[in-house]
Write a protein that binds this ligand. Structure first.
Ligand SMILES: Nc1ncnc2c1ncn2[C@@H]1O[C@H](COP(=O)(O)OP(=O)(O)OP(=O)(O)O)[C@@H](O)[C@H]1O
Length: 800
């Protein structure tokens, strides 16, 4: 919110500007208490008014005289509101709005969903009007029961419809209320009547039992079953004959939709017949999720940190000294002439030339005369560079889709693109993307925004000092500016230990880490391996959840979860996106090799659907660092300036990155075209300010917990010794006993455990006799039926 406001405040014409009336928590509490007390004041005034109105009647309206004292408990206020609502208004039913105001106060104070409240108001007002008119009907002149409204409306009705017409209208309104509000139907009335009948019958049943036993006693003498009552009374739903059928038939109505009727034969000695009459099953018009959404609203993942304020644009600085891009006519003219001259030296004629000035480079687009071979121009790259005496000339021949040849020439006075300008751009602010990244500006000075969720992973390379770390900071800043802490979590790997430390301040907002680790930012290789494997476990768990929910990706899953269609008791929860950022990947590959490469490749191949995205940066884009398998799964690449053509080829599958000019000049590709961008610049103090701003706000109790990963050294031996049991043993036992399902994946989900640990606990549970043996693909049987039995079993164990 805050972010949007500040972004749009600069450009008031932005179409996305919205006016929102949402109240903050404090405002709701204030409003709630005010309404609650106001409602109470009205109730007290009204009660008192009934006793004091005659005495105070002559003082009504005299509110200017401060000395005046009325008898009402709330003095002049009470007398006047009482007169207004009860005498002049709706009579005794004025209590209804007073109570409704009190109720509204309670709803606001506790911030309950307001849908129900609206209903109360709607029906409350209607009932108030009806009661007022009803009393008007019974009173011959204006009274405190009906108020002027009730009396007058009733009078009006009778003038037009007569007494009978008024009665009919009032009856119709009563029926309408009963049908629409109380959902009364003829069937319901019939059932209710039947019940009452039965209740009366059962009241008399004790007598009936006495009589019946008398009858039977007499019958037993004759040996036949004869009732002392008239036959006509017997063919009806009755259990009068004996006490037993009465109990039985009553139970049946409750537990099963069959109602028993005993048909007694009139013919002596003939068999009695039981007739079972099916009772209509009740139907439900809305399913559980609709009802939950109706009662509580959609699930809001941001609720826990509902007061979280997005960082403001003011935290970012404007680095463009001297304003935006300035066009230097002289420079343009000079460069144009040199290009034309150089080309004409090689007998290449130009039909037309056009220049687009970007922040750091200017693109000259030429259309050669007919009959010129494009490769000829391409080969002149070095000659043109020499004649322009500039580095970083890049020739794009031809520019895809334009039918021209592009020559990119660096500007003499390059402009820095501030992060502030890209974040404030409407393109970023209005981006309807899951994970929007504002990378910088294109050569035509447009803000370039891409969705990380679509990439789905990003590979970044560049020689030292060319802007990689700034690029990573720009990416993280974009995500922080656009996403709430509940929606995205970062896993930061920083072997250099200095680049990402600032993000430590937002650990409890935005970072994810392994359980029982101190630092959220990972700097040590073993921890990296554990974290990557833990992410693989998280990936597997998420796939299980998706499978359970029968959806294909995280977006659908979260939509379904928000609509309350997934049960949190079955392990479902809102899934935040997880972005893994690895700075200095080469370092990791050198020290851990395959141990790092395998989980990275696995994540890169599979994690896109479940919302885990990787951003990997490296200084040395050599083939032993960016291996084929990694490259194949990272279609989106960013290349800052690299030192050799070979490096450029490794990262971009072509040359170009070696011709960049550094300082954030970069090439971006998502599989096909190369786009030249000037990376947005965000300085360390700005990142410090942003993280400080977020870090000082209320946070989650701890960083987001990744599933635990126990390395191979952990082992999976069966632990029979009670003392060596896992400390989550009891909790796990309870989970399985409640679910009555002995599955390790249930433990993984519910207790956020790693695969190995959950497996070990299952072994321990088996040893303790709580779950049965391994049964292949089926879940193990749970041998303990209830929590009480489990407690007893474990307590007995401890005592022996
Ligand atoms: N987008 C940019 N705009 C302007 N200047 C930039 C930009 N990116 C980087 N620079 C300049 O280049 C310097 C080095 O950038 P950065 O620290 O990002 O390099 P690096 O590639 O991460 O280097 P290393 O790999 O050694 O950490 C910055 O201090 C800054 O002055």
């Amino acid at each position: 919110m805050a972010k949007k406001k500040s972004a749009t405040s600069k450009k008031p014409k932005t179409p996305s500007k919205k006016v929102s009336f949402t109240l903050s928590k404090q405002q709701k509490i204030l409003l709630g208490s005010f309404l609650f007390l106001l409602g109470l004041a009205l109730v007290f005034s009204f009660i008192s008014y009934f006793f004091t109105w005659q005495a105070d009647h002559s003082l009504v309206g005299d509110i200017t005289d401060r000395e005046l004292v009325t008898k009402n408990w709330l003095n002049k206020f009470g007398t006047n509101v009482g007169h207004f609502f009860i005498y002049n208004g709706f009579g005794i039913s004025s209590f209804i709005p007073a109570v409704l105001i009190t109720l509204t106060g309670i709803y606001y104070f506790f911030d309950y969903p307001k849908k129900q409240l609206l209903k109360f108001w709607f029906w409350g007002i209607l009932v108030m009007l009806w009661i007022s008119v009803l009393f008007g009907f019974f009173t011959s002149k204006n009274s405190l029961l009906s108020g002027i409204f009730g009396y007058e409306i009733n009078d009006l009705m009778q003038d037009y419809l007569g007494l009978l017409g008024a009665i009919l209208v009032m009856t119709f309104l009563l029926i309408a209320y009963a049908v629409m509000r109380l959902k009364v139907t003829p069937e319901k009335i019939a059932t209710a009547l039947k019940r009452t009948k039965k209740d009366i019958a059962s009241d008399f049943s004790s007598e009936g039992v006495a009589n019946a036993s008398e009858d039977i006693a007499i019958d037993s003498e004759t040996g036949t079953s004869i009732s002392s009552k008239k036959p006509s009374e017997e063919i009806k739903p009755t259990t009068e004959a004996t006490a037993k059928p009465l109990d039985l038939s009553e139970k049946k109505v409750e537990n099963n939709p069959l109602e028993k009727i005993v048909l007694k034969s009139e013919i002596e000695g003939d068999l009695d017949m039981e007739v079972e009459q099916a009772v209509e099953e009740e139907t439900v018009s809305e399913n559980l999720s609709d009802k939950l959404v109706k009662d509580y609203g959609e699930f809001d993942p941001r609720l826990e940190l509902s007061n979280y304020k997005f960082p403001t644009i003011e935290l970012l600085r404007d680095h463009t000294s001297g304003g935006g891009i300035t066009i230097n006519q002289e420079e343009l003219e000079e460069n144009k002439n040199r290009i034309v001259d150089t080309l004409s030296n090689y007998k290449i004629g130009i039909a037309s030339i056009k220049a687009t000035v970007g922040p750091t480079v200017t693109l000259y687009e030429i259309v050669p005369e007919a009959g010129i071979r494009i490769s000829k121009i391409k080969n002149l790259e070095d000659d043109i560079a020499l004649s322009l005496s500039a580095l970083g000339i890049r020739i794009i021949a031809p520019i895809p889709g334009r039918g021209t040849i592009g020559i990119e020439v660096p500007n003499k006075n390059p402009k820095t693109v501030s992060m502030r300008s890209v974040i404030a751009s409407p393109k970023f602010q209005n981006a309807e993307m899951e994970l929007p990244l504002a990378l910088g500006k294109t050569i035509s000075n447009e803000t370039f925004v891409v969705d990380l969720a679509k990439m789905p992973h990003l590979l970044m390379a560049g020689a030292t000092g060319q802007g990689k770390s700034v690029g990573l900071n720009a990416i993280l800043t974009s995500l922080i500016y656009k996403r709430h802490p509940a929606e995205v979590k970062f896993v930061l790997v920083d072997p250099k230990k200095v680049e990402l430390t600032l993000f430590n301040k937002i650990e409890r907002h935005f970072l994810a880490k392994l359980p029982d680790t101190e630092e959220a930012i990972i700097t040590d290789t073993t921890k990296v391996v554990h974290t990557l494997n833990s992410l693989c476990i998280e990936m597997d768990n998420r796939y299980d959840l998706l499978k359970d929910a029968m959806v294909r990706n995280i977006k659908e899953y979260n939509t379904k979860f928000k609509a309350r269609k997934l049960n949190p008791n079955e392990g479902h929860h809102f899934l935040p996106y997880i972005v893994l950022v690895v700075d200095e990947f080469a370092d990791l590959i050198m020290t851990a090799g395959k141990e790092v490469e395998t989980p990275i490749a696995r994540l890169a191949q599979l994690a896109r659907a479940i919302g885990i995205h990787l951003i990997i940066a490296t200084q040395r884009p050599s083939v032993n660092v960016i291996t084929g398998i990694i490259k194949a799964n990272f279609p989106a690449r960013i290349a800052f300036r690299v030192t050799s053509k070979i490096d450029s080829r490794t990262i971009l599958d072509g040359s170009g990155a070696d011709q960049l000019i550094g300082r954030g000049d970069m090439l971006y590709t998502q599989g096909n075209d190369l786009i030249r961008l000037q990376c947005a610049f965000v300085d360390t103090p700005e990142v410090a300010d942003i993280t400080e701003y977020i870090g000082s706000q209320k946070a989650y109790p701890e960083a987001h917990q990744l599933p635990e990963y126990v390395g191979e050294e952990g082992g999976t031996n069966l632990d029979i010794n009670i003392d060596e049991r896992d400390n989550k043993f009891r909790e796990a036992a309870e989970v399985l006993v409640i679910a009555q399902q002995g599955s390790a994946s249930l433990l993984q989900r519910k207790l956020k455990l790693g695969y190995n640990r959950a497996g070990r606990i299952i072994d321990q549970l088996e040893a303790a006799g709580i779950v049965g043996q391994f049964e292949g693909s089926k879940a193990r049987q749970v041998l303990v039926p209830t929590i009480e039995a489990l407690n007893q079993l474990l307590d007995n164990e401890n005592n022996t």
